[in-house]
Design a protein around this ligand. Structure first.
Ligand SMILES: Nc1ncnc2c1ncn2[C@@H]1O[C@H](COP(=O)(O)OP(=O)(O)O)[C@@H](O)[C@H]1O
Ligand SMILES: [Mg+2]
Length: 245
């Protein structure tokens, strides 16, 4: 209970959706082994938006993968929407991810042999959702791609591909959405459209959003900015206060 009291600064945002406690993670073997995340603790309130910034190599992507259950920490605990990842085996963690975690990558990660519709529908089918194709079509329409359902990724622009990836991430109605430099492969105008779409979806659905970005202006559109340096949290600040300062 003590730990709940510590979240009083998030009181207006309700319970935590993501609680990371004393997470340490090393990757690689032998001389190439790197201690990437060092004693990271972070709480993210339900519906909160977090901008995660920091120099290249500071551990942003790795921390996002830990939140998404794609990397397991060596030490520490991750709880998402009330579920402790440590208690889940790989299959259970994959099922949890399929229902509760949406992930958007810089390089889209669409399956090239599948149409836009299939890219969105297949994960829904795998997660056991009824009416996957109809739901996928609705989701693509909601990101402005109703006219591109049967196009393959190579037939789509970068911005359109990222919209498909966003539709895929949002289709299961996840509790959290993590996005790793989602505008990094896009020109400025297209990137801004994707970010606007991301925040529109957040306003509509209220999922918790963690956005990794190099762009501090973009990070400051979030409720809070968390800065990593060399695998540690260097600072956490209210984005709006910091913007005013
Ligand atoms: N699989 C891995 N094996 C060894 N080192 C890794 C691995 N993945 C990432 N790293 C190292 O961990 C550090 C943090 O990486 P990353 O989380 O990708 O940082 P960021 O996203 O902030 O640029 C980097 O120094 C990177 O080289
Ligand atoms: Mg990265």
């Amino acid at each position: 209970m003590d730990s709940l009291i510590e979240t009083s600064h998030l009181a207006g945002l309700g319970p935590d959706t993501i609680t990371i406690s004393n997470v340490n993670l090393s990757l690689g073997t032998g001389a190439a082994r790197v201690h990437i995340l060092k004693d990271i603790s972070l709480r993210v309130g339900q519906g909160e938006t977090i901008g995660l910034i920091g120099p290249s190599g500071s551990g942003k992507s790795t921390l996002l993968m830990v939140m998404a259950g794609l990397e397991r920490p060596d030490k520490g605990e991750v709880v998402v929407n009330g579920t402790a990842f440590n208690a889940l085996d790989e299959d259970a963690l994959a099922r949890f991810r399929g229902r509760q975690v949406g992930i958007v990558f810089q390089s889209f990660h669409l399956i090239p042999t599948m149409t836009a519709l299939e890219n969105v529908a297949v994960p829904l089918e795998l997660a056991g959702h009824a009416g996957a194709a109809e739901r996928a079509a609705r989701e693509l329409e909601s990101v402005g791609l109703g006219h591109r359902l049967h196009h393959y990724p190579t037939q789509l622009s970068g911005g359109e591909q990222q919209r498909v990836a966003l539709a895929r991430a949002l289709a299961p109605d996840p509790a959290i959405l993590v996005a790793d430099e989602p505008t990094g492969n896009l020109d400025e105008t297209t990137g801004r459209q994707i970010v606007d779409l991301l925040f529109t979806k957040h306003a509509e659905r209220g999922m918790t959003l963690v956005l990794v970005t190099h762009d501090s202006g973009l990070a400051h559109r979030c409720d809070r900015v968390v800065r990593l340096r060399s695998g540690r949290i260097e600072s956490e600040s209210d984005a709006h206060e910091q913007a005013d300062a």
